[in-house]
Design a binder for this molecule. Structure first.
Ligand code: R5P
Length: 298
């Protein structure tokens, strides 16, 4: 079997290079740029014919990524690729998982349909599964989910003294429980009321008994930052210190990162979205997921 060929969509070179080393797989070259009118130009500089292609592209800023991804997959097949897989460490469009108001589009389903048509398999990290039980509810291709919790708890154990783990809302219960148990730390889950994209209220129960611990706020996604910022304010209002904020997918729209730093003692993320705050490396876990999906890596 021929070795698979990894290709990075621009912006994903660091992770693609780490994965190629982990897997002992070739890292190919893909030229991709925008024409002056905004249309996408792409060219495979490494021949994908008869190869298993692994395209690496995290999906922060998804609308600029989806069309190039579809073009890359279709072009690989047009050039004779045997199989085309997608490594999307952050999988976008998972939060609109139902029609909350009449007339809304359930975009999680539409994106799942587009990607399932274009790719043979998908590897990702902690997709936002709230109302869906698994990716199989909407994706029709083979998928593997990497869980960040083991590496997050390892980071907490190594870097935080006497941690107290807090999730800002019921959706975070799944990560908080796993992380806190593995880190051997107490935990609490707060209550969130979201009134709009940037209008969030966090209700904090009485946590004063945890004064003296280091509060560690964890969430899967930070977008506007409002959830984590309001949660951090609620904790300090109870006499707990400024929290260490640990985020799986740091999307940080607008001034979110700077705003969060004003109420946190430290902000760290995994490397699913490239950022200066990346402190938790998930490349080895993603490489394992790829080798389960792509037979030529074994
Ligand atoms: C949804 O509940 C997620 O787990 C996050 O809490 C949410 O996406 C964070 O969004 P924002 O940073 O815009 O408050």
């Amino acid at each position: 079997m021929t070795n698979p060929l990894l290709l990075a969509i621009p912006g994903n070179e660091t992770l693609a290079s780490a994965l190629s080393k982990q897997l002992g797989a070739e890292l190919g070259a893909l030229e991709m740029r925008a024409f002056p009118d905004g249309e996408t130009y792409l060219r495979f500089l490494t021949d994908p014919a008869a190869r298993s292609i692994v395209i690496v592209c995290t999906m922060s800023g998804p609308n600029d990524k989806i069309l190039p991804l579809l073009f890359a997959a279709a072009t690989a097949r047009d050039l004779g690729a045997a199989r085309v897989g997608l490594v999307a460490p952050y999988l976008a469009y998972m939060r609109q998982d139902r029609r909350f108001k009449p007339g809304e589009g359930v975009t999680s389903r539409e994106v799942a349909h587009l990607l399932s048509e274009a790719f043979d398999w998908l590897a990702t990290v902690d997709p936002h599964l709230h109302r869906y039980g698994s990716l199989g509810d909407i994706y029709t291709i083979r998928t593997r989910v990497v869980h960040a919790a083991p590496q997050v708890s390892r980071w907490i154990k190594a870097n935080v003294t006497n941690p107290f783990v807090i999730g800002p809302d019921s959706e975070s219960q799944q990560w908080v429980t796993a992380v806190a148990e593995a880190a051997g730390a107490p935990f609490a889950v707060l209550e969130k009321v979201r009134r709009g994209d940037r209008d969030v209220e966090i209700r904090v129960s009485d946590l004063r008994r945890f004064q003296g611990h280091t509060p560690v706020l964890i969430d899967d996604i930070v977008s506007s930052g409002r959830t984590m910022i309001e949660a951090a304010k609620g904790l300090t209002a109870q006499g707990l210190g400024r929290p260490v904020c640990v985020i799986v997918h740091g999307l940080f729209s607008g001034t979110a990162f700077a705003d969060l730093l004003e109420v946190a003692s430290l902000v760290v993320t995994t490397n699913t979205v490239p950022d200066g705050s990346n402190a938790i490396d998930l490349a080895p876990d993603l490489a394992s997921a790829i080798s389960e999906l792509e037979p030529t890596t074994r």
